[in-house]
Design a protein around this ligand. Structure first.
Ligand code: ASP
Length: 320
């Protein structure tokens, strides 16, 4: 059997066990499991990395717990504007969209941009028009609504504040502080192809058409069969300034670092030196995987052809 690996994330941030209930923790782990299995089921049958990561991301976009697709955060104007990107490590083709509304699965739109347009990056109304032209599934605003994201936004909509300090009582309370809930997936398939994708609602209370790192190729998302695939999550501005995802690939290509060494360099040194909070997941051409973060936690999961499985939320991996 050929080698394959898939690794996913559901966002990084101040994720503390003390803030969780067993019920919420379970819901997150189930959400991660569903996503990583969706991708693995494709890879183990010899399917493409590009298909595997899209299926994994679609389940996370459809899951209200994660800040992507359904359950995306609210902008300053009280609407949900989503960003996504996908990259094919074999051809170095990429597709990305930003500021899109009402598209059920933004990752599918990013894929359509890569596969069916002559462009890489579409924004706002133009991206929405392209979604309609390609016949993508649209949903009304209500579909994307979640009470906890709405409450999170209501708390800070009149300020420029992003961080909150709450005592948590229920799911709505618990979710308020989770400002990074972006989702991502990276895979190596049996044919040696690597693909990476990221999807997000961005940051709560974002304004002026703010775009984070997630849809920016090289910053939040990157894939190259010769080196690695990377998907990031965290404070997007700092990831853009660090060209974080591409930097991992460059460190591997030009300096000969391993995937994990390169990710540690970027996450624990470069990003930390400019106060860039967050993390990233990666897969290399050999199927090695790494999940590295400088925050308290990162929702994450990995599966591969050896039958290895890793699930994690906090610093330690989750016992399974
Ligand atoms: N990186 C995303 C952004 O800045 C946020 C996240 O990872 O949750 O838009």
């Amino acid at each position: 059997m050929g080698k394959y690996s898939i690794v996913i994330h559901g966002g990084a941030g101040t994720i503390l066990k003390s803030d969780m209930t067993p019920q919420l923790e379970e819901a997150y782990v189930r959400g991660l499991e569903e996503a990583v299995l969706a991708g693995k089921n494709i890879l183990e049958k010899g399917g493409d990395a590009l298909d595997a990561i899209q299926d994994a991301i679609r389940t996370l976009e459809d899951n209200l717990l994660f800040n992507a697709g359904r359950g995306s955060v609210f902008t300053k104007k009280g609407v949900q504007e989503m960003d996504a990107a996908i990259m094919d490590g074999k051809t170095l083709k990429a597709g990305a969209i930003t500021g899109v509304r009402n598209v059920r699965n933004p990752i599918q739109l990013a894929y359509e941009v890569m596969a069916e347009s002559n462009h890489v990056f579409l924004s706002g109304k133009g991206a929405n028009d392209f979604a309609i032209k390609r016949g993508l599934k649209l949903e009304p605003d209500d579909y994307f609504f979640s009470q906890f994201r709405y409450d999170q936004w209501k708390e800070i909509r009149d300020s420029d504040t992003y961080s909150l300090d709450h005592t948590h009582q229920d799911l709505n309370e618990l979710m308020k502080d989770k400002k990074f809930g972006t989702v991502g997936a990276v895979a190596l398939d049996m044919h040696g192809n690597i693909a990476a994708a990221t999807s997000t609602g961005g940051m709560t209370n974002k304004k002026y058409g703010r775009i984070g790192d997630s849809p920016v190729i090289g910053a939040g998302t990157y894939a190259n069969n010769n080196t690695c695939g990377i998907s990031c999550t965290g404070h997007g501005e700092l990831f853009i300034r660090s060209v974080a995802a591409y930097d991992v690939s460059a460190l591997m290509e030009y300096k000969g670092l391993s995937l994990e060494e390169a990710m540690n360099e970027v996450v624990h040194k470069k990003l930390v030196s400019i106060q860039g909070a967050g993390g990233m997941i990666g897969v290399d051409a050999e199927g090695n995987t790494a999940m590295v973060f400088n925050t308290a936690g990162m929702y994450r999961a990995m599966m591969n052809h050896k039958g290895e499985k890793i699930f994690g939320i906090y610093r330690e991996n989750y016992p399974i």
